[in-house]
Design a protein around this ligand. Structure first.
Ligand SMILES: [Zn+2]
Ligand SMILES: [Zn+2]
Length: 390
């Protein structure tokens, strides 16, 4: 289907919906019409068949957000403008500018106007997606990249999580449907350039074309701008996307979501979305690379006599054995209970034992400790034995 047809056809009308219809409304309208008009339901009725085809075509375009945006944009650019009136793009007038002038922003690069000049070439350069007609120098106008940030809890980040992100980016204004003109009015064809967006200027033997000043190259003039978008035809809209954060992401890391940035102009690829992830601290856990760290408070007697302590991990608790005679500060390693690794498996849980000194004890405990002190001395324990001679 050519872009030229897009300008002529009103797909919204075909489906009997408003141009602001939601995806759901489009689907619903199509389903009903497709059922009513289906050739099986209307055998030998060429009119129904024709309508059925038209409805299918409309649905194909409108149900694909990228195609729909391209379609809307095409119709916005050319509604009542140069093409519709047939004035602006006659081959004769086109001969000059197609050779000499890069139409830039509005038209992409419509170079190389051949023998047939005029419209076909202009559109060939404008819509790069339309098949094999890729022209030298034409490049699709990719949508802008978008930066976003999110803050995750420590455990979410370690285990991986899907978070909703609310992004605000420009999309067609709902009030004026992207035309930029106040509802009830339409943009008027620029009288200076007759809607082509370019004006020709003769200089000696050569004809030059340049963007029209009057309409700034858009081909149309808005007398009564839409109050909601101030004539720009776009509005910032918030959308939600669910971002899957892989397990093990660290504070400050950035993830790239290809194609989730701003929509490209006229069907060009979308930009990318970059999400910078912040990870908040956890009361219990710390992290060194893929290893999870944990300080385990123990009593002096637990270290001396040995014990098994129930310790939290990302997935439930595990019993960690503290062998008799464990030194304070020793690190006990629990294999495979750390942060999940990208390629599968997980780091370790590193448990550092740390003596908790009781701030206050009852008389019995104090008496027992005094007895212990004596017993230690008589058994020959000297905590500072290593300092002999220092
Ligand atoms: Zn508007
Ligand atoms: Zn103009």
């Amino acid at each position: 289907m050519s872009q030229r047809e897009w300008i002529e056809k009103d797909f919204y009308k075909e489906l009997g919906i408003a141009s602001s219809a939601s995806t759901e409304e489009i689907k619903k309208a199509y389903r009903k019409l497709a059922r009513d008009l289906h050739p099986d339901a209307n055998p030998g009725d060429p009119k129904a068949e024709e309508r059925f085809k038209a409805v299918s075509e409309a649905h194909t375009v409108l149900s694909d957000p990228a195609k729909r945006a391209e379609y809307d944009e095409t119709r916005r650019l050319f509604s009542g403008g140069g093409y519709g009136r047939g004035g602006g793009f006659t081959p004769g007038a086109g001969g000059g500018f197609s050779q000499s002038f890069d139409l830039g922003d509005i038209f992409g690069q419509a170079g190389g106007g051949g023998a047939d000049g005029g419209l076909g070439d202009l559109f060939g350069g404008l819509f790069n997606r339309g098949g094999g007609a890729t022209r030298t120098g034409s490049r699709p106008r990719r949508g802008a990249d978008v930066e976003a940030e999110t803050t995750l809890g420590f455990r979410e980040a370690a285990k991986g999580v899907t978070v909703p992100l609310y992004l605000t980016s420009p999309s067609p204004c709902t009030t004026c449907h992207g035309s930029g003109a106040k509802p009830g009015t339409s943009p008027r064809v620029c009288p200076i350039c007759n809607g082509s967006g370019v004006v020709s200027r003769n200089q000696g033997a050569f004809g030059f074309s340049e963007p029209c000043d009057e309409c700034r190259g858009t081909g149309s003039i808005i007398d009564d701008p839409c109050v909601d978008c101030h004539g720009s035809g776009t509005q910032n809209r918030t959308r939600t996307i669910n971002v899957r954060i892989p397990p093990g992401i660290a504070d400050g890391q950035r993830i790239r979501l290809a194609g989730q940035g701003e929509a490209g102009l006229r069907g060009a690829p979308s930009g990318d979305l970059f999400v910078t992830v912040h990870v908040s601290q956890d009361k219990v856990f710390g992290r060194t690379g893929d290893d999870l760290t944990l300080a385990l408070p123990v009593s002096y007697s637990e270290l001396v006599l040995g014990t098994t302590v129930s310790v939290p991990t990302l997935e439930g608790r595990v019993g960690v054995k503290v062998p008799p005679g464990t030194a304070d500060g020793r690190i006990l390693r629990v294999r495979g209970r750390g942060v999940p690794k990208r390629g599968g498996g997980a780091g370790d849980l590193l448990v550092t034992v740390k003596v908790a000194v009781p701030p206050k004890l009852d008389d019995d405990a104090v008496a027992a400790l005094r007895a212990l002190q004596e017993a230690e001395k008589s058994s020959g324990f000297d905590p500072r034995a290593g300092w002999a001679g220092a």
